[in-house]
Design a protein around this ligand. Structure first.
Ligand SMILES: [Zn+2]
Length: 268
């Protein structure tokens, strides 16, 4: 039987498709946080343009609360392993559905973020996109550096009070309130990112599917596109997924345990 390291050593174009499982061991809570503060809200009702138009203060408080959790998390060994993979293959792309940006913090450069980046800003009224750096100037209380420096108590006290008093990011372009740079329910994915991901998948020798259930479209079709073009599919997931039957190699373990092991094998 061919071993995975042999397949990877021959590969020139390697992709990683990742989901929430990649960041699970960084302590990033799933979408439905357990915080009592938000129990009475349904996240699918907060992450929409309609909710934002109705109550931008509430939606921003919820996002800043999430951003605070993310700002105080760290990349785990799986993120660093993916950064190392960038250097091992002539062509590499990390296609992620995560908005936490921990792959950036781990030094990753070759990535596309299908669902955006939570520290960016996006004006839904005029379409202007703010990078995390630009957005932290426009809305300092949502900057990662600031959120890293404060306690949850300060967040729920002082910061939420500022939002209640009207401290919100107003677009430099059109004057409307800017929202977070993530894809909301009912919105389409950034075209450029999805195109890059699909094109890359078509030419992949190997695609690693890491910590994603493979049910959310259109990301779920990426492995199938790669498979159709004869790519070797590798699944890294503690649980079986609808994609499992299509995979050539399966690792039933967490990303932070399997990926560093793979890198070790490649370097041998
Ligand atoms: Zn605008």
């Amino acid at each position: 039987m061919v071993e995975i390291q042999e397949v990877l050593k021959e590969a020139e174009q390697v992709g990683v498709l990742s989901g929430a499982g990649l960041s699970a061991e960084s302590g990033i809570p799933t979408f439905r946080g357990k915080d009592g503060l938000w129990n009475r809200f349904n996240p699918t009702e907060l992450a929409t343009f309609e909710a934002f138009q109705e109550d931008p203060k509430l939606v921003w408080k919820w996002y800043i609360w999430r951003m605070h959790l993310i700002a105080n998390s760290k990349p785990n060994p799986a993120h660093y392993a993916i950064t190392e993979m960038e250097k091992l293959f002539p062509r590499f792309l990390h296609i992620t559905q995560n908005v936490d940006g921990l792959h950036r913090e781990a030094g990753g450069k070759k990535f596309v973020e299908l669902h955006g980046h939570i520290f960016d800003g996006k004006c839904r009224f005029c379409g202007k996109h703010y990078t995390a750096e630009e957005f932290s100037e426009l809305f300092p209380i949502a900057s990662k550096t600031f959120l890293k420096s404060i306690t949850e108590e300060t967040l729920k006290g002082e910061v939420f009070r500022k939002i209640d008093e009207g401290e919100l990011p107003f677009c430099r372009n059109c004057g409307e309130i800017v929202g977070p740079g993530v894809v909301w329910f009912g919105e389409s994915l950034p075209e450029e990112a999805i195109e890059k991901a699909f094109n890359f998948a078509e030419g992949c020798d190997v695609l690693l599917v890491v910590g994603t259930s493979g049910v959310v479209q259109p990301a779920a079709s990426i492995p199938l596109i790669a498979k159709r073009k004869n790519a070797v599919l590798v699944e890294i997931n503690p649980q079986e997924t609808p994609l499992s039957p299509y995979c050539d190699f399966v690792f039933r373990e967490s990303a932070s345990s399997a990926l560093p092991k793979l890198i070790g094998l490649l370097k041998r």
